[in-house]
Design a protein around this ligand. Structure first.
Ligand code: ADP
Ligand code: ZN
Length: 213
């Protein structure tokens, strides 16, 4: 299954992408995580991306398109993939079509802006890519990652004012993709719930209609 998962920052798309990836046994590719890893490693890509990411702005299209193009060519994606956080602009979606990549479904997790702002303040992440929420998805031991036991931290771009910029950019640049994929008959919308398990159930029911397990 070739899947795109969309949603405002903090809507829970990364969490759902991980769950679907495990169930379908396909990789989830998060462009945001690839950029954060590059920033942590101090590579050229990371140095270029840093200013954009920390301001809550989109990294230029040609950079992320290149990352995704390389990844989709790799053997890991032979049986399908989940794109988490890509495409995020019409130009990126058009680039994906030009690559000849066939998408089975585009899943959008819908959450209102006020709930997003409330949620983001509770998000905690780990350098291994795992993410938690102090109320909705707590780690077993407070402040410590379940998967690798590292200390959790607040993402630099989860500051209140940066969240506002990211939401603004989501509405301006990414939301038009809902119409783009709806026109192509690919769009599935799920209302993001307070509890992760409730969203997971709705997502699973929705994907079952397009061949999900
Ligand atoms: P969220 O959806 O919660 O904002 P992500 O991890 O998906 O988190 O993205 C974090 C940041 O990485 C974005 O705000 C943006 O700066 C950058 N980024 C991720 N994916 C893309 C993309 N497809 N195009 C441009 N910038 C991106
Ligand atoms: Zn971890």
């Amino acid at each position: 299954m070739n899947l795109i998962i969309m949603g405002a920052p903090g809507a829970g798309k990364g969490t759902q992408a991980e769950i679907i990836a495990a169930r379908e046994n396909i990789p989830a590719i998060s462009t945001g995580q690839i950029l954060r890893d590059a920033m942590a490693a101090g590579t050229e890509l990371g140095k270029t991306a840093k200013g954009y990411v920390e301001n809550g702005d989109l990294v230029p299209d040609e950079i992320v398109i290149g990352i995704v193009r390389d990844y989709l060519k790799s053997d890991a994606c032979a049986n399908g993939f989940i794109l988490d956080g890509f495409p995020r602009s019409i130009a990126q979606a058009e680039a994906l079509e030009k690559m000849g990549v066939v998408i089975d479904a585009v899943l959008s997790i819908d959450v209102s802006d006020d709930r997003i702002v409330a949620r983001m303040s509770g998000r905690r992440v780990c350098k291994c890519g795992a993410s938690y929420h102090i109320d909705y998805k707590p780690s077993k031991v407070e402040g410590i990652c379940d998967k690798c036991s590292s200390e959790l931290y607040i993402r630099a771009d989860d500051k209140a004012e940066t969240v506002i910029t990211r939401l603004h950019n989501y509405h301006a640049q990414t939301e038009p993709l809902l119409a783009f994929y709806n026109e192509r008959g690919k769009l599935i919308r799920v209302e993001g719930q307070e509890e992760v398990e409730d969203t997971t159930r709705l997502v699973r029911e929705a994907l079952a209609k397009v061949g999900g397990r």
